[in-house]
Design a protein around this ligand. Structure first.
Ligand code: ADP
Ligand code: MG
Length: 394
């Protein structure tokens, strides 16, 4: 199952381009689902038809789904939240404030992506198009299971054992409710499911397309998203420049815009070298409905298959080099002084600005020693690993 994610700043045309891509793929015979995790019901607007929380047929081969993020949140988080609320209750906290404390910003969105896991298991689809929330925030949050992995593997089992042993004593003594087994199970299940979704989205059949409009502020945000997406292992295989003013027969006002946009478009090309750039013209009316959306996508991809597996490499690579093994992470636009690197057991902690990723090392690398690291001019972080046992022998 191919997965295409569309992200970008609010209002640039994510839902339109995502829906158009899906409509075009469906017309080519792919069993296609387009889903949105956005509470704004933007897919209903794009298709000009009501869309339910379950896949709704809108054309041959084409289904649309508006995931009920709130519902998914309640299903996955209810038990854990219930426990947290009971703990906060013993502190005498106002229940409304406590309720707020137990809600993680962005969590609804992330949990809505659990839907993808079910679709992948179902075998119903050739293609799932995801209309993501603005910027890369959701996808960044998906790295949470990776970050929680350390905790889950080491601290969690110990805690679970301790809690089991001490539950009767502690709850009598302190009056703090101890988490029941159900809470631990719920956390473990949620962790595993999110990890599956993350693996799916960073896997070879998934890629992200960044939608932008040719404006300086929008480009700046798209560049940041590109860095963040790469840091967290997502493959960006296309950039869509939407709402490009046509140059033909332009009056003075439009000619001014054409010039201004050309300048930004040149910067877009420079920023995303090696990634295909597709353009979509500013239409005289809102592209609404299956036909209009498919037409927009047909112009956009200009004969290219929008579903074809990407030839753009993912940001993460492990390569054998003469001195041992090298781990490479492409971090577009990042300079050496912006990257911080630390090793902690099987994990490599990569920090770029305010974003941090706990990268679990592949088994082959985990037993090796880090011999050096650098960021070269084209923004590739290279970490070299050496085999110490081989060194001793040699
Ligand atoms: N190429 C285009 N030409 C004209 N209108 C467009 C184009 N792309 C999108 N729009 C319109 O712009 C508005 C915002 O698009 P939308 O896809 O909802 O953005 P997003 O999902 O990024 O918030 C919608 O009214 C949509 O119909
Ligand atoms: Mg939208």
């Amino acid at each position: 199952m191919r997965i295409l994610l569309f992200t970008g700043k609010g209002g640039v045309g994510k839902s339109t381009v995502a829906s158009g891509t899906a409509a075009l793929a469906a017309a080519a015979g792919h069993r296609t689902l387009v889903l949105s995790t956005d509470a704004a019901h933007s897919l209903a607007d794009a298709f000009g038809t009501p869309v339910g929380p379950e896949p709704t047929l809108v054309a041959d081969n084409l289904f649309v789904q508006q995931v009920d993020a709130q519902l998914r949140f309640e299903q996955s988080w209810a038990e854990i939240q219930g426990y947290l609320l009971s703990v906060l209750d013993t502190t005498g906290m106002d229940p409304v404030a406590a309720e707020e404390l137990t809600v993680i910003p962005g969590a609804e969105e992330v949990l809505a992506l659990l839907e993808l896991r079910l679709h992948a298991l179902s075998d119903d689809w050739d293609l799932v198009v995801v209309d993501c929330a603005p910027t890369a925030e959701t996808l960044r949050l998906l790295a949470l299971p990776e970050a929680l992995g350390w905790y889950m593997q080491r601290v969690f089992p110990v805690q679970q054992r301790v809690v089991k042993a001490l539950r009767p004593v502690l709850s009598r003594a302190a009056g703090v409710p101890m988490p029941g087994g159900g809470v631990f199970e719920a956390v473990e299940r949620l962790h595993a499911e999110l990890d599956e979704v993350r693996a799916l989205l960073t896997g070879p059949d998934s890629s992200v397309r960044i939608v932008l409009t040719p404006e300086a502020v929008v480009l700046a945000e798209a560049r940041r998203a590109y860095t963040t997406l790469s840091l967290f292992g997502y493959r960006v295989d296309g950039v869509v420049a939407n709402r490009v003013f046509p140059a033909e027969d332009a009056d003075d006002w439009r000619a001014g815009w054409v010039l201004a946009q050309d300048e930004v478009l040149a910067q877009v090309e420079e920023s995303f070298t090696g990634v295909p750039l597709w353009r979509s013209v500013y239409q005289p009316a809102e592209p609404v409905g299956v036909e209009a959306l498919a037409d927009l996508a047909r112009d956009l991809y200009a004969g290219l298959d929008p579903v074809a597996t990407s030839r753009v490499p993912g940001p993460f690579e492990v390569v054998s080099v003469r001195s041992g093994v090298e781990l490479r992470l492409r971090l577009p636009f990042v300079t050496r002084d912006q990257v911080d690197l630390a090793r902690s057991g099987d994990e490599l902690v990569v920090t770029v600005g305010s974003h941090r990723r706990l990268l679990t090392l592949p088994a082959g690398l985990a037993r090796l020693r880090v011999a050096g690291a650098k960021v070269d001019d084209d923004g590739v972080l290279r970490v070299s690993f050496k085999d110490e046992s081989a060194e001793r022998v040699g």
